[in-house]
Design a protein around this ligand. Structure first.
Ligand code: ARG
Length: 263
């Protein structure tokens, strides 16, 4: 299945503030390596037959490269982000402008904090939405109403996995992968009650950000350090595309964070 995704070049990507446990201003990004890693991701999506769109990067907004946080798009309707961290709040206007220029007309600007696809993953007709690190639980009702879809709320339990997309991958319409320790007991139960196949990632793979992956059910792109998950997906007969993401992980990001799906 071909997808259309939005990416943002990492020209201004950097660690200029610390808003999650991975970010450390003393652990600076190697710009040339980040650029290579991002180009590789961009190229793989093209070779997989996905259509790749780009939003212009903005100087002074180093995290705009993580387009997953730029919204949640379903059937042409856009829920814009209401960023918790003041450092990222100016990004919303740029994403909104990009959507408006391309003819999108239906927007939700949530009253509560919401960081886009970083915390909201679509599985069939359901939206799994994570909280509380970066999105507020009451935003789940706003999303359910706006999109007319069922929302399953998932409470996250480990600050290193502060966005849902850092600890859960939508693999295909029968399968998701996750790292159990990042979730409360109730959240895990909710996933198991909803999804037939749940793959559990090892601690090593989770910490390598292997769950921050992009899949269309046949192809999957993920961190090249997630050895267990790579093997699991290969055994399932998928085309597996492992890539290095070291520079983005310094910011608490990976493959999926760099990608917003335009449904
Ligand atoms: N430094 C960024 C932040 O903390 C990383 C965002 C990662 N995005 C994601 N979808 N998990 O906001």
């Amino acid at each position: 299945m071909s997808k259309t995704v939005l990416l943002c070049s990492p020209v201004y990507f950097d660690i200029e503030y610390e808003i999650n446990p991975w970010m450390d201003k003393d652990n600076q990004v190697k710009q040339d390596v980040a650029r290579q890693q991002w180009l590789q991701l961009n190229g793989i999506y093209g070779r997989m037959g996905w259509q790749v769109e780009h939003i212009d990067p903005v100087e002074g907004l180093p995290d705009m490269v993580f387009t997953a946080n730029g919204g949640l798009v379903i059937a042409g309707k856009v829920a814009l982000p209401t960023f918790r961290a003041p450092d990222r709040q100016p990004e919303t206007a740029h994403f909104r402008q990009w959507f408006e220029q391309r003819g999108y007309t239906e927007f939700l600007q949530p009253k509560y904090d919401f960081e886009g696809e970083g915390d909201a993953l679509v599985w069939n007709d359901i939206i799994f939405v994570g909280y509380p690190w970066r999105s507020d639980k009451p935003v789940h009702a706003e999303l359910a109403e706006f999109f007319g879809k069922k929302v399953v709320s998932l409470q996250l339990a480990d600050a290193r996995f502060y966005h849902l997309d850092t600890c859960l991958t939508i693999v295909d319409d029968q399968t998701i992968a996750l790292w159990p320790k990042a979730f409360t007991k109730e959240a895990l139960k909710a996933v198991h009650n909803t999804v037939p196949n749940v793959i559990e990632a090892s601690d090593e793979d989770a910490l390598a950000y292997g769950l921050n992956a992009s899949s269309d059910g046949k192809n999957i792109v993920l961190s090249d350090r997630a050895m267990g998950l790579i093997k699991t997906y290969q055994e399932r007969g998928m085309s597996v595309h492992p890539i290095p993401i070291s520079e983005f992980q310094k910011s608490g990001g990976g493959v999926k964070c760099l990608t917003l799906e335009l449904r």
